[in-house]
Design a protein around this ligand. Structure first.
Ligand code: ADP
Ligand code: MG
Length: 740
């Protein structure tokens, strides 16, 4: 099988979650006569209401209509909903469930659920279990306590959840309870989106619509009626011993350390990355995976990450919507399972200063319902005009809307990471690699001749196989890199829902695909001959490359030279939340969302508002925690140390012994404590300032509070470094990072 065939197989399996549990074992047997275990659900058990499950429980006609909803986005009838609800309820109850919940993703950054029981009184003193079609399809949580950014006043508290049939329902299990979880979208009573899922689904529709138009021009076969954005997220996280975690008020409240001096041994020995996984961690990982397999999340990879105490897991990619739901589940599962192993999972972007932060690489592509990955270059890429067209669409999208992409990953946590010397910078550029760069250069000359090949690597030992070499190396420093058959958006923060960056990516690419399809249709109509299409396409792609190649950069993104070069190229550099979040509300962007029916101007405005508010609130929590910790923990430890020093000095001198250097140390230390205490008071006063306007407030926090926090931290860390370890009550970085 060629590698592209394997990939096609993988895509077909991944974009349709529907078939994941649907295949029956093919009956092959082992030499010993036993049947091999082929199905993951046989091995781990399954808590997913899969298509296979539905096939056994639903009448054929109901299943058919439901599949049209799942695969083609057709509306669902009440009748179908009733039948599905009843089957889903039966399945859930057989598996021990007594309750169900509409599960949604409000703009808090996490998920929300309200449980209802299946129990209904029968009117004769008894009770029975029931779930009606309308209960499955629609819920009505009180929306007033979720962020709305002013869309809905609290007196208009009504909100609705709507069943998303394209993401499979599953069971949540715990001690004494099993609950049926129904993935839903969450909107206000006016229909305005209050969640992550609604715009994501709309953006997927937009992308599909225009990609299909473009594919039609290429004469793609008629079986293609849907293009799906595919997504696979690599999740980085830290694990910290739970006892140590509880001794750190900053970790407990903020998921990151607000103080802490760097350990002498960090990641400089490069011995942790891909190192052997510590046994306790491996046990934890296996349990996380087991739980995730049961609910249908196809986790594939686990390994140590760069920083000590840092790890990663990644699933097999899926349809973006399902992948995003599964990502939320993955984060929750990491947090839930870690305590069973005496650990805490930390998902913050920068839990430890001076130590590598955590990201969530969003691997993204587009695939047809027939399993063709539109970003697969295949072998003779210079002949693969369809691929080159989609590639140009992405290049144009990232160049035109770099501000939006940047904005989509803005958050207080990511401000510590982006642009710092270990994560991609805040400047959005694309890494293409040698092979594609070579092709793009040919496109610029409108003269496609050849595809660069990597050849083979001969390892020089006869027992080792010859390895095919890729036509280009990787680049770890790029925020947006082509990695073989997909793009990898690396600026996404580890704690973030991938739904929002994915929504942006789908929308901006939909716009570019629309642009290309429209330009082509103008010159060659809707059913051009191959030759006519090619003739129209080459100058168009040439134009796109010329106009947008400034966004392509294959060098080291960490260098200052690149920052200068990017400025010369006119690429936006939105350094922090304060500049990146408002970009979302630019006229260009509001119009874009409106045109592609992803968000109304009001929805965009509300998001800008919510994100700014969230930023200010997060900073406030951090600075208040910092003040408390500084006063209640650090100051008292430092004073104890100071007293000890002072006593030592006076006792020594009383004994008639000189101790000038210790005395000098005391003087320096007392001065440091004094400055620390003053800064602490300044911070305490500064963060008591409030402002109702989220823009003003965020600006204030950034300009006045953040620098004071940095100043206080520096002094606190110096105190840690100078104070007797006996008197220092906080677990140190060394302990947090190296106790495994
Ligand atoms: P690498 O980063 O080394 O290329 P992998 O090939 O394992 O690593 O891919 C990392 C992630 O990218 C995985 O989640 C994988 O499923 C996902 N991925 C692979 N192909 C695609 C695709 N066509 N669309 C979206 N994600 C993909
Ligand atoms: Mg990767």
């Amino acid at each position: 099988m060629s590698s592209s065939e394997t990939r096609h197989g993988a895509i077909t399996a991944a974009i349709s979650w529907t078939d994941r549990h649907a295949t029956n074992g093919n009956g092959s047997s082992l030499a010993n006569g036993k049947k091999p275990v082929e199905r993951v659900d046989e091995f781990f058990g399954a808590d997913v209401f899969s298509i296979a499950e539905m096939r056994q429980r639903l009448p054929k006609s109901t299943l058919k209509s439901l599949m049209r909803t799942i695969e083609q986005g057709e509306p669902l009838s009440q009748e179908v909903a009733d039948v599905v609800a009843s089957a889903m309820k039966d399945w859930a109850i057989e598996n021990g469930a007594t309750h169900y919940t509409h599960w949604f993703q409000p703009l808090t950054g996490s998920t929300a659920e309200k449980h209802d029981s299946f129990i209904v009184p029968d009117g004769h003193g008894g009770m029975h279990f029931s779930l009606s079609g309308s209960e499955l399809v629609q819920g009505e949580p009180d929306a007033s306590s979720f962020p709305s950014g002013g869309i809905r006043a609290t007196f208009e508290a009504r909100g609705y959840t709507a069943w998303d049939a394209t993401s499979p329902a599953f069971l949540m299990r715990g001690k004494n309870h099993v609950t049926l979880v129904i993935p839903t979208a969450f909107v206000s009573w006016t229909g305005a989106a209050l969640d992550q899922k609604t715009p994501l689904l709309r953006s997927m529709d937009a992308l599909s619509k225009h990609a299909i138009r473009l594919l039609k021009l290429f004469g793609t076969d008629s079986g293609v009626n849907r293009v799906t954005a595919t997504l696979g997220c690599e999740q980085e996280y830290f694990l910290v011993d739970r006892n140590l975690y509880y001794a750190r008020p900053d970790l407990v409240t903020c998921d990151r350390t607000l103080f802490g001096s760097k350990p002498p041994k960090g990641q400089q020995m490069e011995d942790h990355y891909f190192g052997s996984i510590p046994p306790r961690v491996l046990g934890f990982m296996a349990e996380v995976e087991r739980e995730l397999y049961r609910v249908g999340v196809p986790i594939k990879t686990r390994h140590n990450e760069v920083a000590p105490g840092q790890f990663e897991l990644a699933p097999m990619f899926e349809s973006a919507n399902v992948a995003c739901d599964h990502q939320m589940l993955t984060m929750e599962t990491l947090r839930r399972v870690a305590p069973r192993y005496g650990m805490q999972a930390i998902l913050h972007e920068k839990p430890f200063a001076g130590v590598n932060g955590s990201g969530k690489h969003n691997n993204w592509s587009m695939a047809t319902n027939t399993g063709v990955n539109l970003l697969d270059p295949l072998d003779d890429t210079h002949m693969n005009l369809q691929f080159l067209t989609f590639l140009c669409a992405v290049i144009r999208a990232v160049d035109k809307h770099g501000d939006l992409l940047r904005s989509s990953v803005a958050g207080a946590g990511n401000d510590h990471r982006l642009g710092a010397n270990e994560a991609p910078p805040a400047i959005m550029s694309i890494f293409l690699g040698d092979m594609l760069t070579h092709l793009v250069e040919q496109l610029e000359r409108a003269d496609l001749k050849e595809t660069m090949r990597g050849g083979e690597i001969n390892l020089g030992a006869s027992v080792l196989p010859a390895l095919p070499r890729h036509a280009g190396d990787r680049n770890r420093t790029s925020p947006f890199a082509f990695t073989g058959n997909k793009f990898e958006f690396r600026a996404v923060g580890s704690s973030q829902s991938p739904a929002w960056p994915c929504t942006i990516l789908n929308t901006i690419v939909a716009e570019s695909v629309d642009y290309i399809a429209t330009e082509l249709e103008k010159t060659v109509g809707q059913t051009p001959s191959k030759a006519a299409l090619q003739q129209a396409l080459l100058p168009l792609l040439q134009k796109i490359v010329k106009e947008h190649k400034r966004v392509v950069f294959d060098g080291d993104n960490y260098t200052t030279e690149w920052h200068e070069e990017a400025a010369r190229r006119g690429l936006p550099n939105l350094k922090d939340c304060i500049t990146a979040i408002p970009a979302l509300g630019n006229e260009k962007n509001v119009k874009l969302f409106e045109t592609y029916k992803v968000m109304t101007p009001t929805e965009v405005e509300s998001r800008v508002h919510i994100f700014m508010e969230k930023y200010a609130k997060e900073l406030l929590i951090e600075s208040e925690s910092m003040v408390l910790m500084a006063r209640q923990v650090i100051l008292s430890a430092a004073l104890a140390h100071q007293e000890r020093l002072a006593k030592a000095v006076s006792a020594t001198e009383q004994a008639g012994v000189k101790c000038d250097s210790i005395k000098e140390q005391l003087r320096y230390f007392a001065d440091l404590v004094e400055r620390f205490n003053k800064t602490l008071d300044e911070l305490d006063i500064a963060d008591s300032h409030k402002d109702d306007d989220p823009f003003e407030y965020s600006q204030y926090m950034k300009e006045k509070v953040v620098p004071l926090m940095a100043k206080l931290r520096d002094m606190g860390d110096e105190l840690e470094w100078r104070t007797s370890s006996e008197l220092w009550p906080l677990p140190t970085y060394r302990e947090l990072l190296f106790v495994k």
